[in-house]
Design a protein around this ligand. Structure first.
Ligand code: ATP
Ligand code: MG
Length: 271
């Protein structure tokens, strides 16, 4: 179980996260949304033990996080983070070694490393550039490598900070598939993204962060009908929620659901 209790974090002279009590075990996919600079990446760095809160705590399995080398090593086998900037987590010049880095560190046997690496390369569609030096890859390609390096860990929690930023539409669709596959294995995902339609579609729980405070939380259907709150937080409604708020259509979770409803809908009801 991954959670925070009354967590506050400041950079020198700059308070960022304020008294956050969050539980990431209650949902399969938890979305953290908020405007630029509201503290999402800082929260992810607190959850992965890179930053340490001045007040409150990160809870792992119900107990405050152990920041010793051993404690952090244990955490990072179970809570794996893909950071916003792929350059922050790329260590090798060749793709396969980079993806396998954490598994080798843990002493996983080579046959298993090969199996997981091949599977991850396929999941993120990176096989065609696997032989290029990493420094020659595009931003989106590096992002795919970073995501693959996290997938191979098969951790209980996967934290994805802006996973689709820099990915093309097919990369975005692959990300949706990856998330569905991981959730089907009973694992938890925490995701931050400015892609509000993606968040609406894939999350079953949402926290809205504004200036370091949680200003709303709940299911996507509860949070995304609150247009004023979202605007104050510098966000906007997903297009499916807009259709509900502005045109009086039923609140659908997916485009397919909307299409099937519209097929049998009396269009004169639309305002
Ligand atoms: N190393 C740092 N030292 C001091 N202040 C920092 C540092 N990193 C971030 N900040 C500040 O902390 C605040 C939160 O930054 P953070 O990167 O967590 O926001 P974010 O929600 O992830 O934004 P974005 O949507 O742009 O990714 C910002 O005001 C930022 O300027
Ligand atoms: Mg960020």
């Amino acid at each position: 179980m991954l959670a925070t209790r009354a967590l506050s974090f400041s950079y020198p002279d700059s308070p960022v996260l304020k008294d956050l009590t969050l539980d990431f075990s209650q949902y399969n996919v938890t979305g953290i949304i908020g405007a630029n600079g509201c503290g999402k990446s800082t929260l992810f760095m607190n959850l992965s033990g890179i930053l340490r809160p001045q007040n409150g705590e990160v809870l792992w399995n119900g107990i405050p996080l152990d920041y010793s080398k051993k404690g952090l090593r244990a955490l990072r086998q179970n809570v794996v983070t893909v950071f916003q900037d792929p350059d922050q987590q790329i260590f090798y010049t060749d793709v396969a070694s980079d993806i396998a880095f954490s598994l080798r560190n843990l002493g996983v046997d080579e046959a298993e490393i090969k199996r997981r690496t091949e599977l991850a390369l396929q999941m993120v569609d990176a096989r065609h550039f696997r032989d290029k030096p990493i420094q020659c890859l595009s931003f989106g390609q590096k992002k795919r490598v970073a995501i693959a390096g996290a997938i191979v860990m098969e951790s209980d929690y996967l934290l994805l900070d802006e996973p689709t930023a820099g990915l093309d539409p097919s990369g975005r669709r692959q990300m949706l598939d990856i998330i569905s596959t991981i959730v089907a294995q009973g694992k938890h995902i925490v995701i931050s993204s400015h892609d509000i339609d993606l968040i609406y579609q894939i999350c079953d729980g949402i926290y809205v962060l504004s200036d370091g405070n949680i200003v709303s939380s709940g299911t996507p259907q509860q949070v995304f009908v609150q247009r004023e709150m979202l605007e104050k937080a510098g966000l906007e409604q997903p297009w499916l929620a807009k259709l509900h708020s502005e045109a009086g259509l039923p609140l659908c979770k997916t485009e397919q659901e909307l299409v099937s409803i519209l097929r049998g809908y009396d269009m004169s009801k639309i305002i």
